[in-house]
Design a protein around this ligand. Structure first.
Ligand SMILES: Nc1ncnc2c1ncn2[C@@H]1O[C@H](COP(=O)(O)OP(=O)(O)O)[C@@H](O)[C@H]1O
Ligand SMILES: [Mg+2]
Length: 259
């Protein structure tokens, strides 16, 4: 066992009085929350309540949309994402993202994994080979694809394509992994594999996952945030949120009285 492991930071990601507007439309209302390092934090709540908007602000993905503005702050490891010294490109290296619809590129399995290294101009064969093996092993895909690394990614099953997207997202060894309904397009077995993977990956990454699946939140998250109409209605340990919610809307939502 390694000794002297650094203690996880309870306030690794700090969202402080954060509001977000798409033009006239306000999607997030004054959210404050602290997301701990090396845990899985689930964002749940009805459609349109702002889950994706909050998630996509953690790597400033929403900046790309015309007419948006924010108030408040988001900090990672104490540094504001909006600090003038923060470059969005390097921020995205620290904060990887996986989407609902798995989206590998029209390339080989190998080239998908090392895509960001190619973009960065890295071409040393041994580095690329090592990265492919490490990332695919971390994404629990290596054994299934090691003999066909140069085949098209599109030949893989949906669940395998999503694990490939996870491998691509972690190839650069980010600190944070954002996942927006990563299992929504997958069957139950493929979903289970991704959930097992999430549970394993949290020792290395801080994971924030949006999910519509309550069982998924209880199975793989440590903390759960319930968003309701753009506000943070309730946030705490997943066990507490599901067994003893303090907010009536949370209870109505998790017991399936509205979706
Ligand atoms: N690009 C956009 N332009 C304008 N409004 C948007 C955009 N994306 C999301 N919204 C609005 O912001 C609100 C929150 O959306 P979203 O974060 O996608 O919710 P969720 O992921 O919880 O379903 C919704 O009312 C949605 O219509
Ligand atoms: Mg969404």
């Amino acid at each position: 066992m390694p000794v002297n492991l650094p203690l996880s930071r309870p306030d690794f990601i700090e969202v402080e009085n954060f509001s977000f507007h798409y033009g006239e439309k306000r999607a997030i209302f004054d959210i404050s929350m602290k997301i701990p390092e090396n845990q899985v934090t689930a964002l749940i709540g009805p459609s349109g309540c702002g889950k994706s908007t909050l998630l996509r602000n953690i790597n400033r993905m929403n900046d790309l949309i015309e007419g948006v503005r924010h108030e408040g702050d988001i900090r990672i490891g104490g540094t504001s994402l909006y600090d003038p010294s923060v470059e969005v490109i390097s921020l995205r290296k620290r904060v990887g993202m996986v989407f609902q619809k798995y989206n590998p590129f029209a390339k080989s399995i190998y080239e998908n994994v090392i895509f960001s290294l190619r973009v960065a101009g890295r071409s040393k064969r041994s580095l690329l080979d090592e990265t492919v093996e490490r990332a695919l092993k971390s994404a629990a895909l290596w054994d299934e694809v090691k003999d066909r690394l140069h085949d098209s990614a599109f030949g893989l099953s949906g669940g395998q394509q999503q694990r490939l997207c996870i491998a691509r997202a972690i190839a650069n060894q980010p600190e944070i992994l954002l996942m927006d309904e990563p299992c929504a397009a997958l069957d139950p077995l493929a979903t289970l594999k991704i959930e097992e993977l999430i549970t394993r990956l949290k020792s290395q990454y801080t994971i924030v996952i949006v999910t519509h699946n309550m069982e998924q939140a209880t199975r793989c998250s440590d903390r759960t945030a319930f968003l309701y109409m753009g506000k943070l209605a309730e946030y705490g340990e997943t066990v507490q949120i599901f067994e003893n919610p303090s907010n009536p809307e949370t209870e109505a939502y998790i017991t399936g009285r509205f979706s």
